[in-house]
Design a protein around this ligand. Sequence first.
Ligand code: PHE
Length: 441
Amino acid sequence: MHRENWGTRFGFIMATAGSAVGLGNIWRFPYTTGQEGGGAFLLIYLACIAVLGLAVVMAELVVGRSTQRNPVGAFKKLGGGQWPHVGMMGVIAGFVILSFYIVVAGWTIAYIFLMARGVLSDPTAVNLEKVFTDFITNPYEPVLYASVFMGLCAMVVLKGVGAGIERASKIFMPVMFAILIVLVIRSITLPGAEEGIRFFLIPDWSKVSADTFTAALGQAFFSLSLGMGALITYGSYMPKDHNLPADAAMVVTLDTSVAVLAGFVILPAVFAAGLSPGAGPGLTFITLPAVFAAIPAGQIFGILFFILLAIAALTSAVSLLEVVVAYFVDEHKYSRRKATVIVSAICLGLGIPSSLSLGVWDFKIWDKGFMDWMEYLAVNLMLPIGAMLTSLFVGWRLGPKAVKAITNDGTLNIPATGLWLFILRYVAPLGILWILISGLN
Ligand code: PHE
C-alpha cells in the first residue's frame, strides 16, 4: 500500500513544529522555569536542546523515514531482537502523556469561554488565582472539557495525515507566532516587568540542584516531542528527497523560539502582578488574563490567544494519538477508525483520575498526586530513557547507514555528520544516564 506523504516541505515543517509546539512551550516551560529558579534553568535547558535535542530529532526522523513504519514496526524492521520494546515503551509513554495532556488542553478551551464571558477582564474585581483553582478542582467541568478536546483530537486523526494534521498546522502556527510577539511586547513593558526579565535571563546558580538537570532534560524532550516515537511516526510520512537535517534544525529553532517567547510573556507578567514564579501549573492561566486585561482590546486578544493555544495543543495531542493509532493499525491490523475510537476512549478514562487528583481526590504518594505521577513517570523517566535508547540504536546499530540516510545517499552536503554520530554514540547516552541517576537521589 502506498503510504501517505506530507504534501510539501512547508507542510512537513509546520506539522512537525505543530507536534513540537504545544502546551509544553506555553504552559509547561514557563512554570517549570519559574519553579526551577529562572535563568540557570533556561541555560541548562538551551544546552540540552543544542547538544542533545537536534541530534535526537534527526535520529528519530531518520528511523521513521527509512522504514516508513510506526515506532514498533520501525525498530522491528531495522533492528529486530529486543529493539521493538523501545518502540513499545514510546507507544505507552505517548498514551500516558496524552491522558493528562487532554486535561490541561481542556482548561484552555474553558478559558476561551471565560475570556469571552468577560469574567477575567477586570483583575481588580476577580481573583484570577481563585478562578483558576476553583475551576480545576471542580469534579465535573474539567472532565467535560477534556472529553471535548479528546473528541476533537480523534476527529483530526480519523481524517488522516494530509487533510487533517497538515492543513490545520499550516494555517494556525504562523498566526500563533504573531500573537505571541504582540504579547511579549505588552508583557515586558508592564510596570514591574523588569524583575521578571532579570529572573528569566540572569542565572542564579545557587538554585541549581540535580533536579534542575532532570527537569531541564525532561522538558527539552517533552517540548521537542522526543523519546516516544512521535517523530519516528512523522518521519515515516516524510518524502525521501527532503533535506532532513535542515528540516530538523528548522523545527528545533521554531520550538525553542516559541518556548523562550512564552517565557518572555509569562515571567515578566508574574512579577508585574506580584505573584510567585514558583506557583506551578497555574502560572500561565493566572497571569495571561492579567496581561490581556492590560492591553487595549485585550478581551479579543485573549479569546484569540486561548483559541490558538487550544489549537497548538491539538496539533501536539494529535501526534501523541497518531503514534498509538499507527501502532494498532500497522501491527495489529485495526482499522484506523477502530483504533482511534478505542484508544481515545481508554485515554479519556485514564485522564479522569488525573483531573480529579487536582481536586476531590487528594490521595498523594510522596507529595505527588495521580496527575503529578503520570507526568513525572512519562516526562522525566520514559522520554529520557526512550531518547537514550534511540540514540544508542541510531549511533551504534545503524551507524554509517544513518549518515548515508540523512545525506540522501551522499547527494546532500551535510556538515559535522561525524559529530552527530559521536553525540548519538557517547554524549547523549552517557549524559542522559548521568542526569537520570543523579536525579534519583
Ligand atoms: N511537544 C508537545 C508540547 O510541547 C508535547 C508532546 C510530547 C507531543 C511528546 C508529542 C510527543 O506540548
